[in-house]
Design a protein around this ligand. Sequence first.
Ligand SMILES: Nc1ncnc2c1ncn2[C@@H]1O[C@H](COP(=O)(O)OP(=O)(O)OP(=O)(O)O)[C@@H](O)[C@H]1O
Ligand SMILES: [Mg+2]
Length: 365
Amino acid sequence: MIRLEQVTKRYGETIAVNGLSLEIGEGEVCVLIGPSGCGKTTTLRMINRLIEPTAGHIFINGQNTASIEADKLRLSIGYAIQSVGLFPHMTVSDNIAVVPRLLHWEKSRIARRVEELLELVGLNPAEYARKHPAQLSGGEAQRIGVARALAADPPIMLMDEPFGAVDPLTRERLQAQFIQIQQKVKKTIVLVTHDLDEAIRLADRIAIMESGRLVQYDTPEVILARPANKFVRDFVGADRALKRLSRVSIKDFITPAITVNVNLPVKEAIASTQGYRWLWVEDDDRRLIGWVDGNTLAHSASIKEAMDEGEASEIALSDRATLREALSRMLGLGFKHIPIVDDGQRLIGEVALGDIEAATTEGEG
Ligand SMILES: Nc1ncnc2c1ncn2[C@@H]1O[C@H](COP(=O)(O)OP(=O)(O)OP(=O)(O)O)[C@@H](O)[C@H]1O
Ligand SMILES: [Mg+2]
């Protein structure tokens, strides 16, 4: 889909990008990462010809971009930048509509598209369409920036630190949303970030750059398991085994667990432990409401008396979570097991700390 061949950009003595070759497949998310000044933004802007390479070639679908009119090229490539770059005097709706208007879409089609995109990025059109950028929070503005880049449904998106200007919590929500949206729209995306955790979470492949050169280009799993050299090893850090966990779904680590209804007589509950040391407790609607261990239960008059209460939303995870989330939940709660529930907060099973430890040592090297 996108192919860079020996691309170089010089500014006098400075070599911003140095002989970079890179291939990005259709529907893939490629994340460019590396220290400040290593040439990430320059690379991105050469793809849509905001910057012309000094040497080398860039191909999109096999076509040399040098042979495509720059303005035309840019209309077919969505571009979201760190500072968001919304036009301050235009409403949210007009900001999103910029490219469709340039493409002379019909008014009704533009209106429909704006509404669809606001919904896609999780902002209520009735509430947000008429606002001005100054009336938005940082995270909202970034989402509008992403909506605007998506407006004309370009097959390619270039995103320069799209979630850079927001607090860590908002950032995590935007990342989760990015993953959801990308599953729906399947764009070919080149995304720049400073944040390795973000790269690991979002990328199909990560391109690590140092002083204008590509040092390693691989899946997050391979980069974490087998850093190409000391630079990458230092860059990904000593906790790369932990980082790798955020790429692993808990789905394969769920083991059976038992729930009992909170009103079950103690004797029956004990009979149903089947050798498990504790039971998860559910209410009459089968929602998880706590847990009880076998010993305490044996000395209690009722489950209610013996149980520790815990809201499913606080102690449990959905089966869409990653091992990293499971681990951080366990560390936060001091549990060696955490329950996994479905969207109705009913128990599916549990995940054990021991199994996560085993996963971190697998494939170490
Ligand atoms: N217009 C320019 N004139 C001269 N040098 C430039 C110009 N643009 C970029 N550079 C230099 O090229 C190098 C790469 O810049 P670039 O903006 O691509 O870095 P980056 O990886 O995006 O950094 P950051 O993470 O800080 O955004 C830097 O050393 C920068 O100083
Ligand atoms: Mg930059």
